[in-house]
Design a binder for this molecule. Sequence first.
Ligand code: AMP
Ligand code: GLY
Length: 424
Amino acid sequence: MKVLVIGGGGREHALVWKLSRSPRVDKIFCAPGNAGIAEIAECLDIKADDIDSLLNFAKYEGIDLTVVGPEAPLTEGIVDVFVKEERRIFGPDKSGARLEGSKVFAKDFMLKYGLPTAEYKMFTSYLHAEEYIRLKGAPLVIKADGLAAGKGVFVCKTVDEAIDSLKVIMKEKAFGAAGSRVVVEQCLKGEEASFMILTDGKTVIPLATSQDHKTVFDGDKGPNTGGMGAYSPAPVITKKLHATIMKTVIDPLMKGLKRERINYRGVIYAGLMICDGKPFVLEFNCRFGDPEAQPLLMRLDSDLFDMLKATAEGKLENIQVSWKDDAAVCVVLASKGYPGDYEKGRVIKGLDEFTGKMNPVIFHAGTSMSKGKVVTSGGRVLSVTALGKDIMTARENAYDAIEKIHFQGMHYRKDIGDKAIKIE
Ligand code: AMP
Ligand code: GLY
């Protein structure tokens, strides 16, 4: 079978890596991929949101399954286009991808179907939003409605901060049309966790739990990033809490999707805040988390190709999913300046030692080749991911590996896994 993976981050490297282990998969293409992916797949010079070129390639090459990594092509309707042309593709259609593509849609959906979430109000007028912020008082969370590459959410401790964020979104239009509507939301306090399911619209398979680290500095300080590290499982999600999440979040979510006539096929990622033992939904994503996919896929025992193909075909009822007992920890190595403007083109040293190794695995994100050397080309550069008998061991394995890797300006969090160890 021939597979095309769309995207070029750490998540896509992990998807390609795991797919390449399937006996059913003969050849993998990746658009656009990165220097690490190029070692195990053929990378294409096609952007992840160039839907016409991706479809033409899939037709020309006779691709059996296309797997969409990032949200942008999903919200643009890549799945609708492929399905119309009878091409097998993994991911939700445009109507399903609205769960991530519009915060207003997601919040209204949660309210309508009774999912636990923070209180909120939606505004299209700057003046009304400002008035409401002054009335409510801080802390508050201000969110741009549309996609903003993970940068459209502001957790504000003061009213001034909230109004400044509102200005950035609605007046300066920092995220363009994504900021023509805003959600002003109650600020929740608690422990975050990522809860992903695989669904074909009928069957639901919960995936292993995980936890991201959103901010750039240790101790959850500094600005938000795409994610600086993750571990799986997330011990904050106990067996009892897992059952509560299935009952109070996933069941009404699936019922709501049915009512709205959305035939969702793909991953649904619920970003949760656990407050006093109760789950609240902060957001939905319509794809695997990045970096959560990296530890998750290293723990996966089952054949990923079978899982994704069955999902795309609506035959998930035939699939059993099993996980290694081992825990996994992923630490992201980032470029100097990230999550702001960052440096590029720095030579990465120490990667050769890990080539072909099963543990740890160095997943690439912002890397490319220059004059025969692997160099940095993005903000998040590498996801160093390791297995271990528990989180503490996996964590040690990941940080030991990092000792051997270097590029100028490299920075990373030193506390990935600490929270889990406290709970474990
Ligand atoms: P989102 O993209 O909606 O997940 O928001 C990004 C991050 O902002 C989340 O991972 C949380 O850390 C934080 N956040 C979002 N909504 C809230 C909320 N209502 N209360 C507290 N923190 C939030
Ligand atoms: N790690 C957060 C995300 O994928 O959105």
